[in-house]
Ligand binder design. Structure first.
Ligand SMILES: *Cc1c(COP(=O)(O)O)cnc(C)c1O
Length: 367
């Protein structure tokens, strides 16, 4: 295949590091089952490869965003049951019931629809009731439970197998979150009088590392699987980074003093400057908002300041101080010398958007 050009930018994924971070989550919560969250293509790492690596006994579910991701897991032969975290659309539900994928319900109408479908196929379909303890995104409000419970209990073909909620500010507001744990506990106790709740869950990564939640027996770690703790914790030094983002120098040129670099000419050379052009841009997920904020790349053992704005497919960096730099040289954008947390901070965003923004044009290389 000589018509294939080498990738200009790519992602190296360390599946063993993800497995290691899952073990860290396990050690943090020895009596809690885990639902590794692998939605959004396992936060940019690749849905199927990550699922296959973690598809071992002892995992309760894989957390996915929607039926499409659940289907991809089935097609990949993954055995662990997908748990669809977000609400489902009516036209997806027949496939969901037929495949026994796990869902949350937020209204009696949703429950009725699942019940009808399960009756049609003569099966019992397991659901988790979502309660909205503060996130405002899905679930029954606690005050609606008293009315919803008898209606759902009367449905012969669905079984409430769990209860879930989701913290809106576990990494920002400890007193609010502690209060919310109390509210969730009350909801669980109320529902337990009617249903055998095999699973009770509210914590994502921040909740898992930051709080004691005695009523919960399942946790949904996402970000921490990918090596970043959302809040300072004793696990910070133990979690391992899971990916590297690299590109290559495509061109090295000398620009005279007073020459602009990239759109808008926001950077003007103040002296003769060796400028490397690098084959990655915002179309790959290197954030445009990082322009002009002191971002750096790492080439041949040296940090090199990025110059001017990020363009769609290319960026420029000052390599005046690294005479060895030549076309073809590898460039680290995220990796051992440039943590993803630094990139997110400089881009004035959160780490989650950097991970999930890594585009489809970047081949993923697994080790
Ligand atoms: C995305 C998500 C998670 C994982 O969140 P992290 O902060 O990445 O650990 C857990 N639960 C739900 C409901 C989610 O939507």
């Amino acid at each position: 295949m000589t018509n294939m050009s080498p990738p200009r930018a790519w992602v190296d994924v360390d599946l063993e590091a993800i497995a290691h971070n899952l073990d860290v989550a396990r050690q943090a919560l020895p009596d809690t089952e885990l639902m590794p969250v692998i939605k959004a293509g396992a936060y940019g790492h690749g849905l199927e490869p990550v699922a296959r690596r973690l598809d071992t006994d002892g995992i309760a579910f894989f957390g996915v965003a929607n039926a499409g991701e659940a289907r991809r897991l089935s097609q990949a032969g993954v055995r662990t049951k997908p748990f669809i975290l977000g609400p489902t659309f009516p036209e997806e539900r027949e496939e969901i019931v037929l495949n026994n994928w796990c869902v949350t319900i937020s209204t009696v109408e949703e429950a009725e629809h699942f019940n009808r479908l399960a009756e049609l196929y003569d099966k019992t379909f397991l659901v988790h009731m979502a309660v909205d303890t503060g996130m405002g995104r899905e679930g029954f409000l606690p005050a609606q439970l008293a009315e919803a419970v008898p209606a759902i209990k009367a449905m012969r073909h669905i079984m409430v197998d769990g209860v879930m909620s989701h913290f809106p500010s576990a990494d920002e507001d400890v007193p609010y979150t502690q209060n919310e744990i109390g509210l969730f506990t009350d909801c669980v106790q109320q529902l337990q009088q009617h249903f055998r709740l095999r699973y009770r869950h509210i914590a994502a990564s921040a909740g898992e590392l930051g709080y004691e939640i005695p009523v919960a027996n399942l946790a949904r770690p996402g970000l921490l699987l990918y090596g970043v703790g959302p809040m300072a914790s004793i696990y910070d030094g133990i979690l391992r980074p899971t990916l590297r983002l690299s590109s290559r120098v495509s061109l090295v040129r000398e620009l005279p003093a007073g020459h602009g670099v990239a759109y808008g000419r926001t950077y003007i050379t103040s002296q003769p400057t060796r400028v490397a052009t690098i084959g990655i841009g915002y179309a790959d997920g290197w954030p445009r908002s990082i322009s002009g904020r002191g971002a750096r790349v790492y080439i041949n053992g040296h940090y090199c300041p990025m110059l001017g704005r990020v363009t769609m497919d290319q960026i420029m960096a000052d390599v005046t101080h690294v005479p060895s730099v030549a076309p073809g040289d590898a460039v680290e954008l995220i990796g051992p010398h440039i943590p993803i947390t630094e990139v997110a901070e400089q881009a004035q965003t959160i780490v989650w958007t950097i991970f999930t923004g890594l585009g489809p044009r970047l081949p993923r290389i697994y080790s």
